[in-house]
Design a protein around this ligand. Structure first.
Ligand SMILES: [Mn+2]
Length: 334
């Protein structure tokens, strides 16, 4: 038996808008992750099955391990898109600027996203914060379009879900998640190969960089929050790059007592990219939002400027409060 969700009207509107159109541009957020890549490529293969013209345009290249997946090396990397296009399908973006690709606003824009706080920038906006990955929504859309699940489509859907659930760790997982994964496996996905390609693709620089960052890891006084830090000099010394830190933030959470992680990555000078992860009911998305960022309950990020010691203190305090709220009885919340 499948999970019975009523079909959202926006999904049907999008399917109706896609059918008569021929030329599509697909895009997603800058610094793409597994969900943005998987959602775009699944959509691209589905549209091509319908004999549409499809370009995938991103402002940044995919993380190295994802290059092993079909279609990913062919993604166009550009900060602007022109030409004759009948519709742009933008996935995984709270607003159009998140793409880092200029010119999309000139097209008929279809907005598909699962992040809370989407700004509804499209001509059609489909927004489902209950989806564990944007790939779940793309799956439903592909089914509504009547496209059969090819191995390529199914693999990209599975990639999107595997990565956006933190390999099935986050609380956004629902019966629907597994129902979709079951169908992708029936369509020929090799889950072992996907997991190995995504997670067992280390190089030595990356391993040494992990070592350097984790050796310097600090804990707050309660031992529940891990603080990790990386600047350009540390990366150079370890012989790794910033791209090599993908996935590093999840490691401290493998310690039973640790409830949350905050990762400060120097952009330049005193500007830092802050990534946060948490377990269970500890909601760190509001903290990211406070600093102009975004994300989900268990995975969020923002960019801040300031002295690193003061920033460390500030974020520990805010995360301590979030942990406190999560462990308080229901009546005391809010
Ligand atoms: Mn996502």
């Amino acid at each position: 038996m499948t999970t019975k969700n009523p079909t959202p009207p926006e999904l049907l509107q999008i399917a109706d808008a896609i059918r008569p159109r021929r030329r599509f541009v697909l895009s997603s957020h800058s610094r793409p992750d597994g969900d943005s890549i998987g959602s775009q490529l699944a959509m691209a293969y589905a549209l091509r099955a319908l004999r549409k013209d499809v370009r995938v345009v991103n402002s940044d290249a995919a993380p190295a391990p994802l290059m092993a997946f079909h279609g990913v090396p062919q993604i166009e990397i550009a900060d602007r898109v022109g030409g004759d296009v009948d519709a742009a399908i933008v996935m995984e973006c709270g607003d159009l600027a998140r793409t880092g690709v200029a010119g999309l606003d000139r097209f008929f824009v279809i907005n598909i996203d699962h992040h809370p706080g989407n700004s509804r920038y499209g001509q059609i906006n489909w927004f489902d914060p209950t989806a564990a990955a944007c790939g779940e929504m793309v799956f439903d859309l592909i089914r509504a379009l009547g496209v059969a699940l090819s191995v390529d489509i199914a693999t990209h859907i599975y990639l999107a879900i595997l990565t956006d659930t933190g390999s099935f760790h986050y609380s956004s997982i629902s019966p629907r998640t597994f129902d979709i994964c079951r169908q992708t496996l029936e369509a020929g996905v090799d889950p072992v190969l996907v997991a190995r390609s995504v997670y067992d693709a280390n190089n030595l620089g990356r391993l040494k960089l992990f070592g350097a960052v984790l050796s310097a890891m600090q804990l707050d006084t309660t031992g529940r929050i891990a603080i990790v830090y990386l600047d350009h000099e540390m990366a150079r010394e370890a012989g790794g790059t910033y791209e090599d830190t993908e996935g590093l933030i999840n490691l401290p959470l493998t310690v039973k007592e640790i409830q949350a992680v905050v990762f400060f990555k120097q952009v330049e000078g005193e500007q830092y990219r802050v990534s946060m992860r948490s377990k269970g009911d500890t909601d760190i998305s509001a903290i990211a939002k406070e600093f102009g960022g975004g994300g989900h309950k268990n995975a969020a990020g923002c960019t801040v400027t300031g002295g690193i010691d003061a920033l460390r203190k500030l974020f520990i305090e805010k995360i301590e409060n979030a942990i406190q709220r999560a462990s308080s009885p229901e009546v005391l919340k809010s």
